[in-house]
Design a protein around this ligand. Structure first.
Ligand code: GLN
Length: 254
């Protein structure tokens, strides 16, 4: 990783439409059930759209990179959340400024919870969140595990896999990503999955999420390009494997 590397300006013509810098948050401690695949999908689709991806990792204690265009972060055990909590608090201001400046972000499960106000674990310890998302999470004795289908207004049917004990409720400052058609989602009572705020997509779904739901990847990339270059010029991604991956995921039993 070389966070000090300056981001080159966009090339005006040709295949290289400019660099988009993706920062993966805490992959060492927060990365389960295939979440790393989200960063790889962003990297490849950025390339297919004719931009140059730069994929950086940010782990506990690292200098925070400059020039961040997209943030992606995964889930983790409660123990992983405890490992990152102090460092995350130290980065709260930076992440909040990026979020309020409309930086596109994808946060899954454990980081979704910690982008909220707090996660009170099953054993009663409270892990403070960074309050970017108006949500709160309470651990329960029930583990919500299985394949999920979500009807979303922005990205069509979203498919993924959930495995969490925390149940999240949304405040009025966010809207749900969608409505659960199979599985549980945010909690066992209101039928909602995930949260949307500015250009942030938060979700409980692993699997990885983005290979089966490239509409979300392209949303993040298009927002990043618009912010940085003023517009997004799509390329032609190779989507041959998306259909079979979605059909396979949709057929999986609970
Ligand atoms: N530890 C959290 C929970 O169980 C998050 C789990 C996850 O990221 N899959 O609710």
């Amino acid at each position: 990783m070389s966070p000090e590397t300056p981001v080159p300006a966009a090339a005006p013509h040709g295949d290289n439409k400019g660099v988009l810098r993706v920062v993966q948050l805490y992959p060492r401690d927060m990365n389960i059930y295939g979440d790393w695949g989200n960063a790889l999908v962003l990297q490849q689709r950025i390339r297919w759209h004719g931009y140059t991806p730069e994929l950086l990792e940010y782990n506990v204690g690292d200098p925070f990179p400059d020039g961040v265009d997209i943030i992606v972060g995964g889930g983790g055990q409660d123990s992983g959340q405890l490992v990152i909590q102090d460092d995350l608090q130290a980065r709260a201001g930076t992440l909040k400024d990026l979020a309020e400046a409309d930086t596109p972000m994808l946060v899954i499960c454990g980081l979704y919870q910690l982008f909220g106000r707090f996660f009170k674990t099953r054993t009663g310890s409270v892990i403070p969140g960074i309050g970017i998302l108006d949500v709160e999470t309470h651990g329960t004795d029930e583990r919500l595990i299985g394949n999920v289908k979500v009807a979303t207004p922005e990205f069509g049917e979203v498919l993924g896999y959930e495995n969490h004990s925390g149940q999240t409720t949304l405040g009025s400052g966010v809207r749900p990503l969608g409505t659960v058609a199979k599985g549980t989602g945010n909690n066992s009572s209101d039928g909602h999955e995930g949260a949307r705020y500015r250009n942030i997509v938060a979700s409980y779904l692993h699997g990885s999420l983005l290979p089966k739901n490239p509409a979300i990847a392209d949303f993040l990339i298009s927002k990043a390009a618009e912010r940085k270059f003023g517009s997004f010029e799509p390329g032609t991604p190779d989507d041959r494997f998306v259909g079979p991956a979605r059909e396979h995921a949709a057929r999986r039993p609970r």
